[in-house]
Each structure stands twice: as C-alpha cells, then as structure tokens.
Ligand binder design. Sequence first.
Ligand code: SIN
Length: 481
Amino acid sequence: MQIFDVIIVGAGIAGLNTALNIPKDKKVLVLCKENSWDCNTFYAQGGISVAIDENDIDSHIKDTLSAGAGLCDEEAVRVLCSEGRSAVKSLIDLGFEFDKDTDGNLLYTKEAAHGKNRILHAGGDATGRVMHLFLMQNNPHPLMYKTTVINILKKDDTIYGVRVFHKGKYKNLYCKNLVLASGGIGSLYEFHTNSRTISADIQGLGIECGCELRDMEMTQFHPTVFVNTDKARKQLLSESLRGEGAYVVNEKNERFLFDYDKRGELSPRDIVSRAIFDYKQKNEGETVYLSFENFEKEFFKKRFPTIYYNLKDLGFNLPEDRVPISPAFHYFMGGIKCDIDTRVEGFKNLFVVGEVANTRVHGANRLASNSLLEGLVFSIRAAKTILKNSYDFSHIEFEEDDEPLFKINDKIYKNELRKLMWNNVGIIRTQEKLQFALDRVNELLFKDIGKLLRLRLKTSQEIIKSAIKRKKSLGAHYIKE
Ligand code: SIN
C-alpha cells in the first residue's frame, strides 16, 4: 500500500509550484485531470503582476485593495504583494525568462486599475504557457494524467486521500497531506475563457466534505472576449492590449467607455464588463469591438503573437481588423476558505491554493494579473506549511464507493445549467433572476444525474444562494435593486 506524503490535485501554477517547493525525497503525487495543458495557467496571456521594487509594494497593495472593493483581507494582500517579489525572483533564479528590452531590462506592461506598469510577461502574450512549461520541466515529482478526483477520503478532521477515476478504473490514493489546487468554475457558464477541465467539481466536493466556502457570489467577467466560436473556451483578448493602446469602440468607431467611467479602457474590469454589457442592451445588441488601429503591424505580431495567430485562424487580420467582443466569465474570487498559510479550517491536513482557494486576497474583484502571482506566492506558503505539519498519522482503508459519475441526460442538464448561470447569475443580476436560477438548480438536483453533475450543481447552488444574500452591489457582484 503506497501512502504519499502529499497529493496535489491540479497541475496549474498553484499545484506545480507547490510540488516544486517540496523536496524530491518526499513522496509527492500531482494529479492532472486531463492533459498537462488543460489548465487555466496555460491560457493566461497578459502576465504576472509584481511590485517593481520595494517602494512599489505599498502601491501594489493599494491597487489590489481598491479593486477588491473593501472585501479583501489586508494581511493576505500584504503577503501577496510583499512576498511576490521573492517568489518571482526564485523563478528567475531557476532560469525562467521574462521578456526583456534590447539592453536586458525586464519589460513591464500596464493593465487596467494598476497605478504603474508592473506586469511582467513572457513569450509576448503567452506568459501562462511559458510559465507552465517551465514549471512542468522543473517539477521533481511524478504526475498522473487523466485522473478525475471523485471523492475526498475523510474521517472527522483528517483527510486520508482521494478516490479517483483513472483510465476507466476507480481507485483510492492515500496521503498524509492533501492540497487542492484544481482551479475555478468556468464550465458553469455558457461563455467563459477557462480550460474545459475547470468545472467546479472540487468546490462541490469541498461542500460535501464540510469545508466552508466563502464569497461565492464573486464571479469575475473579463470584458474583452471573442465569443463567436463553437469551442467551450472562448478567445481571450488580454487586458494588456488595452494597457498598450487598444480601444473599445461601437459600430461607429466611438469610444463610449468614457460615458461610464473617466478611466475609459483602463477602468477595472468589472466596470468595463458592465459598461459593454449595458451598452449592448441599451443599443439593441449593437456590436462592440476591440480596435487595434494604434498598433504597428510588426510590433503587434511580436508583442501579441498568441492573439495574432489565434485570431488569424478565426479569420481576422490584426491589427487592421477590429474584433467583436463580449464580456465572458473569467475568474472565481470565491472558493474554499483558508488561512494565509493555505490551511482549511477544521482539518489537520487539508490545504487549498490558487483559484480554488479563498484567502480573500482578491476581495470582491481581482486586480488584473494578480492570479499567477497568487499561485506562486501561496504555493510556496503551502509547501512550507506542509513540511512543518505534524500530527499523529495512522492510516485507514476506505470502502469503495462507486456512485455513477455520469448519467444519460447529464449533457442536456449541463448545457441548461450553463445558460441558466449566464442569463441569471451573470454580469447584471436581479433578485428575481437569482431566485429563478436557484429554483431550477434545486429541481435539477432531484433529477437522475451522475455525481460530477451533482457536484457542479452544488457549487452553483452555493453561488446563487450567496448572490441572493448579498442585496447590495459590491465589486464583481452587481445587483439591480
Ligand atoms: C488578461 O490577459 O487579460 C488576463 C489577465 C488576468 O486575468 O489577470
């Protein structure tokens, strides 16, 4: 019987960097739901925010708190911004290469609601992909692919491992410490920018396991997404495009965002998302575009190669063509509550890191490019906490429990859920719509459904209940009174 010191669920930045910070002589296993690239880290474009020097830490904190609209935990934000510099430096020391100018100086770009240019990037607009590859290459521990976690093995306040579905078989994997680093909830929404594997099931398991989930109403929508594709993951057009001069325009090429906020394109993303959504509604669905007319072609191709080639495949010639945009679900600020050392209260050996976690570091609205930084900083903390974690461990075996994961009508209900969430638990909410969505989710939970759909529904139920409870708008949660 193999008992791992640590099992890490998720192979994005949070999971891989936790693994990287645990010595090779520990028995660690990283679980990856599908292929290594099926995670949100891989698709992160803009970059990673980091205070440009010691003097910038306070202003990074201020910008993060201000975007978070009063819901941030100030200690968590201080940890993020002050430990961010050493976390990024440790990657650079390991050999990671951010983009530099011809003199070898790091290039920092600007994104909305940052008072300074403090976003580092790599591969132009492929920061997540380059960083993910680097972490994969440097992870000293084994990775198990195509592994869906279907249960957390727990008794009282102790976790004993996870039950997984792997290559058509169910099995129990046992461990002394469990880290959940499985990402957010994108697949709950009809339009989203997330990897297809990000489907809110681990949050659902957290609920069933007795974890406290917090700030569940705080769902962030990215303002500039090309949604007219039949792929589940819609095409993100990075904030850094607006940071470097792209405009949001209407059909007459007018920059209407200034009618909503004097910061125009550089307003926080919740404001830009709502403005675009509202503008479309008030103007009978008029198309809104992202315009790149300020960019010179060769610069654009070099600085934004991912966007250039992805959009080329979709029939656009950038920067000449403007691209129709819509807001789409992007990031989940809510999650499994934990302390700043990533411990989940009530458990001896359960840790959460990254988007699945809720330290309140983002409050009600995440500041652009703070998520990769969160993944780096809090995974280092998780590894340190785990290495110090001591408790009386005595292994127990768990019964096999093989509730069907899928049932015949799941796909129909899943698609209904996506539309239900988009239309009723989206950018602009009302109590009536939220109640309508909750009633339907409650009904769906009584249908003959598989376990994975039940977990999605449970997460949705918590999101909607929290949204109903918060009667006044705050940050990303906007509710018409
Ligand atoms: C983007 O490149 O716009 C995404 C940045 C983020 O979500 O922080």
